[in-house]
Write a protein that binds this ligand. Structure first.
Ligand code: GRG
Length: 295
């Protein structure tokens, strides 16, 4: 993401995250340090930026979306911390730094992930510090997020991903795993922003399609980067998909066809935005960014 609008949103999200941690002096020191370490280690902040841009696309106020935007980064970081554990992907590099368990030990890393996930729901449901958001809307957003990241969503996707490691798989299975593991969180970020921005039913479903398409495209390009990029650029180890015998889009379709497929998804995402009346420019740019990113 290069545009200054995205940098500005990222900075605001990071201020929100800092404020969230600064209010948590009641958390045991090492645990708080471990939670803060992985969240503040950087990252593209794609999910929070999507929450904010989606809220603004339907005429909502940025400030009403900021806490939920930050909550998405807390949840996303928890999945990274747990995914990197020795019992899962066993990675030692994330966001260009040692993984959480390498720095704080496995047990604290597990607890840091647990703490981040639950903190996210506290942040989504507590009264908004910036502008009032009705309790009903906060509860609805919490439900959408819980369904997306729970056992029927991201956690279930991780389970399937583990079960299919080293096994024969096809495009249908791959799409299901990716939709659950990566897609639902991206779609729910877009939907949550839209709900906080006061979207109507038609806009909400169009933004749901947009989220589904960029969510899958994100994973297609992630599979491509795992083959074509390097650890220094990505800030995490690459080539892991082949090493762990994971089925990927390049493995099933070849590199060139994977790019064509990813770009088709991006075009479909942009098409879905035509049902949204507000300023969809930033969401269009984000869709194109997903296809062009190099980290
Ligand atoms: C529930 C433990 C658990 C895991 C869920 C999301 C997930 C499954 C695991 C995270 C690891 C992973 C490789 C997920 C695929 C999605 C992906 C490419 C995540 C990395 O997201 P980026 O590129 O990372 O947005 P940054 O660091 O930029 O935020």
């Amino acid at each position: 993401m290069t545009a200054s609008l995205f940098d500005e949103i990222r900075r605001e999200v990071e201020r929100e995250l800092t404020a969230i941690f600064d209010r948590r002096s009641d958390v045991p020191e090492k645990l708080l340090e471990s939670m803060r370490y992985s969240v503040m280690a950087g990252g593209k902040r794609l999910r929070p930026v999507l929450v904010v841009c989606s809220a603004e696309a339907v005429g909502g106020d940025r400030k009403s979306a900021l806490p939920t935007a930050a909550a998405f980064e807390l949840i996303h970081t928890y999945t990274l911390v747990h995914d990197d554990l020795p019992a899962m992907d066993n990675d030692d590099l994330r966001r260009g730094m040692p993984t959480n368990h390498k720095k704080f030990g496995d047990a604290t890393a597990i607890l840091a992930g647990d703490g981040l996930l639950t903190l996210a729901f506290e942040v989504i449901t507590e009264p908004n510090r910036h502008v009032p958001v009705g309790g009903d809307t906060r509860a609805e957003v919490a439900m959408v997020v819980a369904r997306a990241v729970g056992a029927q969503g991201t956690v279930g996707g991780q389970q399937l991903d583990m079960e299919y490691e080293g096994k024969e798989s096809d495009l249908t299975i791959l799409e299901r795993i990716h939709a659950l593991k990566t897609g639902v969180m991206i779609t729910s970020a877009v939907k949550s922003g839209a709900m906080l921005g006061g979207a109507g039913g038609r806009e909400l479903s169009a933004l749901g399609v947009y989220g589904d398409k960029i969510g899958l495209a994100f994973q297609v390009f992630d599979d491509i980067l795992d083959v074509t990029s390097d650890a220094k650029t990505m800030g995490k180890n690459v080539g892991g998909d082949v090493r762990k015998k994971k089925t990927t889009y390049p493995a099933l379709m070849g590199l060139e066809q994977s790019k064509v497929f990813g770009e088709k998804l991006i075009a479909e995402a942009e098409e879905a935005l035509s049902a949204v009346k507000g300023n969809t420019g930033p969401l269009r740019e984000l869709a194109r960014y997903v296809a062009k990113r190099n980290t």
